[in-house]
Design a protein around this ligand. Structure first.
Ligand code: C5J
Length: 223
């Protein structure tokens, strides 16, 4: 085990059974003209974490550790999208409607792709998820179990929606979860701050939090 300085206490990273999960770093959330923008959000907040997330992915690739990417994505006929998800709120464009980067949150559309700086490479796992959580209707647990993964390091967007939901789902399935604070972001600063707090509260009721520098220093000690 590698002890990684973290809150609420050091995270015991198991280098033989760890995977990075990068949640929904898609053009639909990070670029203007996508789904996040259609809800009236300032997408620049999310764009700002692309370099840190790229460095985190680079660390896992260098170590030869598993990298998983998720995409919030629906089938073109929206048969996997509950009507409540389409109609909720008052977006300028709804899921499935044609936006500046193709149909919003629909598999295969340009806006549904992961931003080029963080694009998956051969051998990495890509999970298309119809919900906010990565385990709902995806087979993710079986996929990770088949690889012997017990420890998950999380990054991505948005902190309080898809990242937190996925982390809670993972925690309930017995994974040891660490969220990288500066490789996750929300459209709302106060929601990110509250989510980080609630994850690590009560002795790590959902998991651990730490900045990338702490993970890097623990896993790549100076010689
Ligand atoms: C949202 C996500 N916020 N990836 N999706 O709708 O967090």
């Amino acid at each position: 085990m590698i002890p990684v300085p973290a809150q609420p206490y050091p995270y015991p990273l198991d280098p033989d059974h760890v995977a990075l999960v990068v949640i929904d770093m898609q053009r639909d959330f990070i670029e203007k003209g996508g789904f996040g923008d259609s809800l009236g959000n300032d997408v620049r907040r999310l764009e700002a974490i692309v370099p840190t997330t790229a460095a985190l992915i680079g660390l896992f690739r260098k170590k030869g550790w598993t990298v998983v990417h998720t995409r919030e994505a629906h089938l073109p006929d929206l048969s996997d999208c509950p009507p409540s998800k389409v109609t909720r709120g008052n977006p300028s464009l709804k899921i499935g409607e044609e936006g500046a980067m193709g149909r919003l949150l629909v598999r295969g559309e340009p806006g549904n792709q992961i931003v080029p700086e963080l694009a998956p490479i051969a051998g990495e796992i890509v999970i298309d998820k119809p919900g906010k959580g990565m385990f709902w209707a995806t087979g993710a647990h079986e996929m990770l179990a088949a690889r012997g993964i017990t420890h998950l390091v999380f990054a991505g967007v948005t902190t309080e929606v898809c990242v937190q939901t996925s982390m809670r789902e993972a925690n309930d399935r017995g994974y040891e979860c660490l969220l990288i604070e500066d490789a996750t972001e929300s459209y709302f600063a106060e929601f990110k701050a509250a989510t980080l707090k609630m994850i690590a509260a009560q002795g790590g009721i959902v998991g651990w939090i730490t900045p990338l520098a702490a993970l890097s220093a623990a896993t790549e000690p100076a010689r």
